[in-house]
Design a binder for this molecule. Structure first.
Ligand SMILES: Nc1ncnc2c1ncn2[C@@H]1O[C@H](COP(=O)(O)OP(=O)(O)OP(=O)(O)O)[C@@H](O)[C@H]1O
Length: 302
């Protein structure tokens, strides 16, 4: 473990009865890194996160968080870590500001800091709104503000974007990027692979208690060496003509589109340009969902 390692998890195991929820998980997160633990429901993400942040004791394995053991409860660590749980618990009837002030009071946080946090998560205009009257996305942002109010070095977020509509999810992405820009280490879980691909420096793909792959999303996708798909409107080009184009490895047509798979997109796109068929064309490269399929043999279902 180097000095810039914020979190080191080594060979943790956790069973619930016969179920191996976490089955030999190891990873390290560097200071300032945005690290994602991805996987479908039940993969073991929450259990892994709770062990890493010191909320659960593993059956075996070790965790070093900011150089210390988080379990048994390590009071010295608490001011340095921020934790947002999957189901956020707020105090009843308090406004957004009062919620933050209450959490902040535990750490002697100033009201200027509370204002700054409301601003960070875009809730300044909702400061006086009771928590119960906030939308789902606003409530999630408030719970992130609560996890950050005491200015921790590392923040753990468990599915912060679950159950949000696409716009609210994107708003939250901006908040998370800003948190990272402030130098925080972020460890978060999600079952949205597309989201992790745009947000995370590195991801661990988990399934059935194990990490199947871990790397920068772009590298995981590139290592697949999957074909690029070029998609045209049906009728834009005859399938036989498409098959004869340079770089066209496979051609498939359905009721709406003609899809050409290629490992050499440049000559194919040049040829399509010569045929005047670039209008409405889409180019799709592999994604983390393709990586999951390759690793597990199953389509990804969150
Ligand atoms: N307290 C518990 N008692 C018994 N089984 C549990 C307990 N907590 C989790 N499990 C089981 O352990 C497995 C891993 O659960 P975990 O919550 O860690 O997964 P997850 O990847 O976070 O899933 P989700 O996205 O649904 O939260 C699941 O099969 C779950 O049902």
């Amino acid at each position: 473990m180097t000095t810039s390692t914020a979190l080191a998890v080594t060979d943790i195991h956790m069973s619930y009865g016969d179920l191996r929820a976490v089955d030999g998980v190891s990873f390290e997160v560097a200071e300032g890194e945005f690290f994602g633990i991805l996987g479908p429901n039940g993969a073991g993400k929450t259990t892994t996160l709770e062990i890493a942040e010191g909320l659960r004791e593993p059956d075996s394995g070790t965790v070093r968080l900011l150089g210390e053991a988080p379990w048994p409860r390590n009071l010295a660590l608490l001011p340095k870590i921020g934790v947002q749980l999957q189901a956020s618990a707020f105090f009843e009837k308090l406004t957004a500001r009062e919620q933050l002030e209450t959490f902040g009071a535990l750490y002697g946080v100033t009201s200027a800091r509370v204002d700054e946090m409301l601003e960070l998560v875009g809730l300044s205009d909702k400061a006086s709104t009771p928590e119960a009257k906030l939308s789902g996305g606003q409530r999630q942002r408030l719970s992130i503000a609560c996890a950050l109010v005491h200015d921790p070095d590392i923040v753990f977020l468990d599915e912060p974007t679950a159950a949000l509509d696409p716009q609210a999810r994107r708003n939250l992405w901006d908040v998370l990027r800003e948190v990272q820009a402030r130098g925080k280490t972020i460890v978060y879980t999600t079952h949205y692979l597309d989201e992790a691909e745009v947000l995370c420096d590195r991801v661990a793909i988990m399934d059935r208690g194990r990490i199947l792959a871990m790397d920068a999303p772009a590298r995981l996708v590139r290592d697949l060496e999957a074909a690029t798909r070029v998609i045209l409107e049906r009728g834009a080009l005859a399938p036989d003509l498409a098959r004869a184009l340079p770089g066209a490895d496979q051609v498939a047509q359905d009721e709406v589109s003609l899809t050409i798979s290629t490992r050499t997109p440049a000559p194919l796109l040049a040829a399509l340009a010569e045929h005047g068929t670039l209008d409405g064309l889409q180019v799709r490269t592999a994604t983390l969902e393709d990586v999951f399929l390759e690793l597990t043999g199953r389509e990804y279902r969150a």
